[in-house]
Design a protein around this ligand. Structure first.
Ligand code: VG1
Ligand code: CO
Length: 544
């Protein structure tokens, strides 16, 4: 085997604390760019000689080119075995499972998640460790530092392999197995959920629409929903992964999955259940006939009913939610007598809780829900847990939601995103807000009085590590809340996220419209942070 040492100049790679390296495809196409990052990963993680590496992505433009190069680099860096999904496909949760099941030392997941794809759009790479989860902060910081000093990358000089044929090939002494990207994950789902009950409900008329958004979940949804559960062909829409996702944002929210939303709001045409997932398959959108379920509510409702699925029949050890996610899940944890955890945004913070057996279900307001079955959020897993619950209980989504709110109260919730703001303006807004924090308690904004305000800091209950500046929390008397934070996943300028939450106790207004219920909070958000003044924007770009 001849290893070729390519010399390279350092570049600022992944910002520490973000989920992988996300940039425009054009940036990734610069000579040595992806290679720099991959080599920095290999240099930092120092896998044992002969170790197994998992490689796969969401099928977006540039996926195959980077996979071929990553295989040549894995061979040169001493890996013994690579498992790669056929066609270069592996959803993020499936990659997490393959890493765990096949005892790999880690994996490279190629995706920019819900960001658009194509020659002029986004690409991304992230590294997951042996537990199947996103690399923790100390590792991503070390990788970042390495990208700033790296001077060479290693590869063998071998031709591309055929990614479309299952089987094993040798690449300069490295064993490369092209695996079925769906089978392992689909078997795992069948072990967790009551497939016979769902099949019976489908035979009895339970209908659904699943929008794969031309992204990675198409093959997974076809296999599980249509082949294994018996939903009719056509249940999965946009089920063929495309390099540009058909020109759309594969982001399962009410803006980008509007076609599905409109279908679900049509009293004549709507099936009983609607769902969608994102580019890399880790997010989920849940819509019942005539009713959208916020991701925060979905986490709470799933937690309250999870024992109905065989994989969770023994009960939950704990429920974890990211800080901006609504407190709905906390009320369920309290009722179940189990711990509730509040972590910073990003799935990596759930990893320690899951590994330590402290939490079973986790969720984020950004449409991520998952459990200890893998170490990533899992879009179709959430869809299947919903189906399991609906099938066993024989209840509609609307009735289940109603029942939940009547018991626990309702957390009205919305997130307002201001996208592609000039970074300097966004930083100025956050800096001014941070300085003003001590002056806020006692101030009033319309009918709202600030009870407390702080910058969220998390100390990990497992390893004691502390993560500071994870978002600004402003709590009002009566339990309403506004959270301000800057996105860590954008590729253009800065995105300001404003999270609005109002709690209405059981017996209160459970059927009101969300915009009306949150209007005072929207006004208060501008009063507190000066959004219009700093950004020049009078309305958010996306409301979810
Ligand atoms: C966003 C979401 C966050 C999620 C992250 C990765 O981050 O808000 O909840 O964990 O995306 O999701 P940010 O920093 O832009 O707010 V995914 O599906 O892009 O891996
Ligand atoms: Co995603």
């Amino acid at each position: 085997m001849t290893v070729i040492t390519h010399s390279t100049t350092p570049f600022a790679g992944q910002k520490p604390g973000t989920s992988g390296l996300r940039k425009k495809v054009k940036v990734f196409q610069q000579p040595g760019y992806a290679e720099n990052f991959i080599q920095a990963v290999f240099d930092v993680v120092q896998a044992a000689p002969g170790a197994t590496l998992v490689i796969g992505g969401d099928g977006r433009y540039h996926n195959r080119a980077v996979i071929q190069q990553a295989i040549r680099m894995a061979a040169a860096n001493g890996y013994g075995r690579v498992l790669v999904g056929r066609g270069g496909i592996l959803s993020t949760p499936a990659a997490s499972h393959v890493i765990r099941k096949h005892r790999a030392s880690g994996g490279l997941i190629l995706s920019a998640s819900h960001n658009p794809g194509g020659p002029d759009e986004d690409f991304g790479i992230k590294y997951n460790g042996a537990n199947g989860g996103p690399a923790p902060e100390n590792v991503t910081e070390a990788i970042y530092a390495r990208t700033l000093e790296i001077g060479r990358w290693l590869a063998v000089d071998t031709p591309d392999i055929d990614l479309d044929v299952l089987g094993t090939v040798e690449v300069a002494g490295l064993t490369v197995e092209v695996i079925d990207p769906v089978a392992d994950w689909a078997d795992l789902m069948e072990s967790l959920f009551d497939f016979p009950a769902i099949r019976a409900a489908v035979a009895g008329g339970l209908s659904m629409a699943f929008d794969a958004m031309h992204a990675v979940t198409g093959p997974y949804a076809h296999e599980v929903l249509e082949r294994r559960l018996g939903f009719p062909a056509g249940t999965v829409r946009n089920g063929t992964p495309l390099e540009d996702f058909g020109g759309h944002h594969p982001d399962p929210n009410l803006v980008h999955a509007k076609v599905l939303y409109d279908l679900m709001m049509d009293p004549e045409m709507a099936p009983a259940f609607g769902a969608a997932s994102d580019g890399d398959g880790d997010r989920n959108l849940i819509i019942g006939k005539g009713i959208f379920i916020t991701p925060s509510d979905s986490l709470a409702m799933l937690a309250a009913n999870a024992h109905l699925a065989p994989g969770y029949a023994a009960g939950l050890k704990g429920i974890a939610r990211s800080m901006p996610t609504s407190a709905a899940a906390d009320r369920v944890a309290e009722a179940l007598g189990i711990p509730g955890f509040e972590t910073p945004t990003g799935w990596k913070f759930f990893g320690n809780l899951l590994d330590a057996g402290k939490a079973t279900l986790c969720g984020e307001e950004s449409a991520g829900t998952g459990s200890d079955h893998v170490r990533e959020k899992d879009g179709l897993w959430a869809v299947l847990l919903w189906l399991n619950i609906l099938a066993v209980r024989g209840i509609s989504v609307a009735d289940l939601a109603r029942e939940h709110w009547e018991k626990f109260g309702r957390n009205y919730y919305a997130r307002h995103d201001y996208e592609a703001i000039e970074s300097a303006r966004a930083d100025a807004l956050m800096a001014e807000l941070t300085t003003a924090l001590p002056t806020l308690p006692g101030k009033t904004f319309g009918p709202l009085t600030v009870a407390s305000a702080d910058s969220f800091s998390y100390s990990d209950p497992v390893d004691g590590s502390v993560s500071r500046n994870q978002g600004i929390r402003v709590l009002f008397e009566g339990g309403s809340r506004i959270v301000f934070r800057l996105s860590g996943t954008g590729t253009e300028g800065a995105t300001l996220r404003v999270y609005l939450e109002r709690y209405e106790p059981a017996g209160g207004h459970l059927d009101a419209g969300t915009p009306a219920m949150l209007a005072d909070l929207v006004a208060a958000a501008d009063g507190i942070a000066g959004i219009v003044r700093h950004t020049g924007r009078t309305a958010p770009d996306v409301v979810t």
